[in-house]
Design a protein around this ligand. Sequence first.
Ligand SMILES: [Zn+2]
Length: 492
Amino acid sequence: MKQKQQAAKPVILLNIDSLMPHSLETAAQTGRAPALKFLMENGAYFHNMVSSFPTMSVTIDSSLLTGTYADKHHIPGLNWFDNCRKEIFNYGTGFRETFRLGLRRSVHNMLYRLNNEHLSSDVTTLYEDLAAKGISSASINSFVYRGNTPQRLHVPRFLSTLTRFKNGKWTTDTTSIFSLGSFSRLRPRGFTLQIAAGNYKYTAKELRHLIRKNKLPGFTFCIFQDMDARLHLKGPGYIKGIVKIDREIQNILNMYPSWEEALKQNVWMVMGDNGHAATGDKYREFMIDLRKILKSYRIAKIQRPVRKKDQLVICVNQRMAYIYILDDSLPKSTLVQQLKNDNRIDIIAWKDNGNIRVESGMRGGSFHFSPNGEYKDVYDQTWNLEGNLNLLDLDITDDKRLYYRDYPDALARIRSALHSHAGRFVIVNAKPGYDFKAQSTPKHLSGAAHGSLHRQESLVPLIIAGTAEKPVGSRLIDMKEFILRLCMSEQE
Ligand SMILES: [Zn+2]
């Protein structure tokens, strides 16, 4: 007799920020991360999921939750310039790493405007799609949270004078279960030292609370955001953070009669968001000072509104930067010539008459591309290509197939950044080891940094356990469809 059909298993996605394939494999293999090892051995492991570009958390989380790159979701990076309002947006320099008090604009931009104004209303989030099917979600520790449950959030009293929220309160649409540091917590007596995001222990406690109270919704997204800051300081080889977070995951799995039983009851997924590229230690050599390269122009200063006579605005996202040209009489080509003089800049890209043009400070020649052409890449996207393929380390075969090497899904990702917002701008990407600098940007010497298009930062791991299903593609933008499918599938 056919068994009664049951609702799908709850899906739990743990996003460990800056988790990288090699460190994860080392930690698991050497017995230092038994919980992750168990999930890897009893599930499927992918070591090369492609993140979005720039490889910055807000852009990546928006891609994961909307299933689109920045050309559709419109979150261009941590730091970008709105040409219509002539306003620089910074969601908090070092967003995950140093969310500082007193950054009144950052609080407002990050907690409210990102979700309510910037994240495009033409795309839906995974939470919104699930809610439309009657499936509820939980978001723990994520700054990108748009759902459709109006939630009144409270700014902690010590912060309220520094924010633009009336009486320190604001209403925003979130997931039905929503936890974000001091702003909203699930456990009545939960306490976090961090203002906005809780640390890894806090995230794990909030998740355990849901499990203990039998309140796991159809989908739960949890972010552990502790490793990023450590990796920036210590370099990509840092493994201790994985060991600590693994202990928390062990405690979570221990809530079930056995770890096998945990897999029977839920789908468990673990992923990273971006990798890190090791950086050199000599300031003059490894920091690319864009203001110095472009010193012949008048560059807007971040502490005051953009002025009419300013010619350029520079928004740095660690190892990539957007350079905006406000002066209409200044051609992009003139700026590109100056940038090309620096051999630490590996990619310079801009929109050029319906095409995208690429040049480099490292390699000669020029390259153009546009979508819908005769070459087909591994993601089934087709492209017109012309010029020096080495500029993006591309390979083509006689049957017009296109393969990526150092820059995964390079064409779609460069295109997405160039179409993520309005304005006349050029994108620059630093070669591994180097970091961009403009006014007041954090330095990452002798440690690691991210932001660029390179595979070191772009390829992240994914573990799926508790189901035999898999995403159809190997990009983070394929996760939304996959999770929807999992949450809606019925079991026998
Ligand atoms: Zn970071």
